[in-house]
Ligand binder design. Structure first.
Ligand SMILES: O=C(O)CCC(=O)C(=O)O
Length: 255
């Protein structure tokens, strides 16, 4: 399911693309949801050991007095924990999209499950992914897959079109009116330029690692489960300047 030239051109112009075709069929979606829920249930009481709540307000994530009323739950490296998510790394429709945008030699940077529970799902503040990652060259792309319908009510992605060509903005630690969010970065963004990217379950959106994006709290009665795969062209260097040879090669050759 390679992207067509108009889609590639659109991605190059605005730095993201809403993929309205199904990437994951119904049967596959049911299996992924079951495995996703099982992993979150298994880790429920082990915050800090593989499960993080990015919505913690306090001086540090482990702060005993931190406010944890809101939850923006994250499990990194799902592929290491579960065979279904390992298989997802090699799912052809996803790799075809990645190849259309970053070329034939593709490695995984990492994957993550991002779960905004109904009613009290926390916010993710405006950021560019490469502010966290500091990869070089900054040519990574992420496919954000909706496991539930995601819209403005339950915290779909909001993006600033064209921001990815405007350079890396100066990020600081995120803060809300309640206090500091130690797990998150934040940058001032021109919200008048922001557009929502609603995504149906089984579909996805792809964004460049320099695209400014954010997601709102989930106050709706619907969960918002998402799975994100971050792809890099082979040969990409990490923040220490090292080529990341040990990350899984998903297609093509190691460069
Ligand atoms: O899923 C979310 O709420 C945030 C996603 C995000 O920031 C990302 O995929 O880079």
């Amino acid at each position: 399911m390679k992207l067509i030239p108009q889609e590639i051109e659109q991605f190059r112009r605005v730095g993201y693309l809403n993929i309205e075709k199904r990437l994951i069929d119904d049967e596959h979606l049911t299996v992924l949801r079951e495995h996703y829920d099982a992993l979150f249930a298994e880790k429920r009481d082990t915050i800090g050991e593989g499960l993080r709540n990015l919505a913690v307000v306090g001086d540090s994530e482990s702060d005993e007095d931190a406010d944890r009323d809101e939850e923006m739950l994250q499990i990194m490296e799902m592929w290491r924990l579960d065979a279904e998510f390992r298989k997802l790394l090699y799912h052809e429709p996803l790799l075809d999209i990645a190849e259309s945008l970053i070329g034939p030699d593709i490695q995984l940077f990492h994957d993550q499950a991002l779960y905004k529970p109904a009613h009290h799902g926390g916010e993710v503040y405006w950021h560019q992914d490469n502010a966290y990652w500091q990869c070089d060259p900054p040519n990574l792309v992420s496919i954000w897959i909706a496991l539930d319908d995601a819209d403005e009510e339950n915290g779909c992605m909001n993006v600033i079109p064209g921001s990815y060509v405007e350079g890396l903005a100066a990020h600081g630690r995120a803060a809300s009116e309640k206090g500091k969010l130690p797990a998150l970065l934040q940058v001032d963004a021109d919200v008048d330029r922001a557009v929502p990217v609603p995504v149906k379950a089984g579909c996805g959106m792809v964004h460049h690692c320099m695209t400014l994006h954010q997601t709102d709290p989930n106050r709706s009665s619907r969960d918002r489960r998402a799975m994100v795969l971050h792809y890099m062209p082979s040969g990409t260097r990490n923040r220490d300047g090292e080529v990341m040879k040990d990350h899984p090669l998903l297609r093509g050759e190691l460069v």
